[in-house]
Design a protein around this ligand. Structure first.
Ligand code: FAD
Length: 316
């Protein structure tokens, strides 16, 4: 689908220099690949975001919400419709409540996860250390139920506010959120007839007061271990595949399949951690897709295991 001239006119008049057209997604993804987005908008405030979501939905123009693009493989053909990036408008983090159960911190979706971790560390609040070193935004982290061996968003998230395609905001409490491994969902029927991609606006996190010095020491250890075990310096999207529910990890299976170090074009399976696929040398999305298929087919053939992707492949 292409944007018609009226749509382009409306976008230009409403969003001025915060909209660009044919914007290369390789500039906005950590893999550094991906063709152009027809329109790329960075709303400057929540009212602009609401107007854009309502308009896109009304005009049946597909839209993709983007955090920092650290879990996305965008195809070379690019993205039809509108990409909406939240990092320019939803960035605040504040302590919003304190009760007998802990301290409530509200973080907006476009804030960097790193900033939320530092916010907690500086105030001696325990609960966010698990996320140290996870790149991306709070919204992306919530949507992906991001986590590590130390925990995941599920452990601290109390509620979220989402934006419906009507422009209304709806609060969803933890008991109505369905957390699974690297995925968050909620029952769309509970919020009435509001189809379309809903936008996470913010999340409330329950943290607890702790010893700041101990928290900082723990943080340092967590980060050191991370840097020792993960490849550094080349573009990636972190772990490409989800670990199977039991048995070997995805990285171990890929290594046992003899694929460590394997490359296709400019994409290469890391020799340090086989679940990382790196942009080794000017890769395009097609190189990643070929290597991804090779991994999936080889692991299925050798071990009869279907690896599920953690990285989201998007694009027309
Ligand atoms: C070097 C490296 C290490 C990594 N390590 C980890 C790790 O240890 N643990 C881990 O879990 N992940 C890890 N990741 C993956 C990635 O960083 C996380 O999944 C991260 O939470 C994604 O955030 P993002 O803002 O980049 O999301 P994006 O990649 O921009 O988006 C991810 C998905 O969420 C959707 N989305 C984003 N924001 C919103 C919103 N506000 N509302 C609705 N939908 C939204 C997008 O449409 C997309 O489907 C790593 C990635 C890299 C590059």
């Amino acid at each position: 689908m292409t944007l018609d001239s009226d749509s382009i006119k409306w976008l230009k008049s409403r969003f001025g220099n915060t909209v660009t057209f044919d914007e290369p997604m390789s500039k906005h993804t950590s893999l550094r690949v991906g063709g152009p987005a027809q329109a790329f908008v960075a709303p400057e405030n929540i009212e602009a975001l609401k107007a854009l979501v309502k308009w896109s939905w009304h005009k049946k123009i597909p839209y993709l919400i983007l955090g920092n693009g650290t879990n996305l493989l965008v195809k070379d053909s690019g993205i039809s419709g509108v990409v909406i990036v939240l990092t320019q408008c939803l960035t605040a983090i504040s302590q919003t409540d304190r009760n007998s159960h802990g301290i409530i911190v509200t973080a907006m979706a476009g804030a960097p996860m790193k900033t939320l971790c530092s916010f907690a560390l500086k105030r001696g609040l325990e609960g966010m250390n698990f996320a140290l070193g996870i790149p991306g935004t709070v919204g992306g982290g919530i949507m992906m139920n991001a986590g590590t061996s130390y925990g995941s968003m599920e452990g601290v998230l109390q509620s979220i506010n989402i934006l419906l395609t009507t422009g209304e905001v709806h609060n969803i409490k933890k008991q109505y959120l369905d957390f699974t491994y690297r995925k968050l969902s909620w029952n769309k029927e509970d919020i009435g007839s509001h189809p379309g991609q809903q936008v996470i606006l913010d999340g409330c996190f329950r943290l607890t007061l702790s010893d700041p010095d101990k928290l900082k020491k723990d943080a340092q250890k967590i980060l050191e271990t991370r840097w020792q075990t993960q490849p550094k310096g080349l573009p990636s999207a972190g772990c490409f595949f989800k670990n199977p529910v039991s048995g070997k990890t995805a990285g171990e299976l890929i290594e046992m399949a003899g694929l460590k170090g394997k490359s296709m074009g400019g994409a290469k399976i890391s020799t340090k951690h086989a679940n990382f696929i790196l942009n080794h040398h000017n890769a395009c999305a097609a190189d990643f897709l070929k290597l991804m298929k090779l991994v999936e087919e080889t692991v299925l053939k050798k071990f009869n295991i279907n690896l599920e992707r953690e990285v989201k492949v998007v694009g027309s």
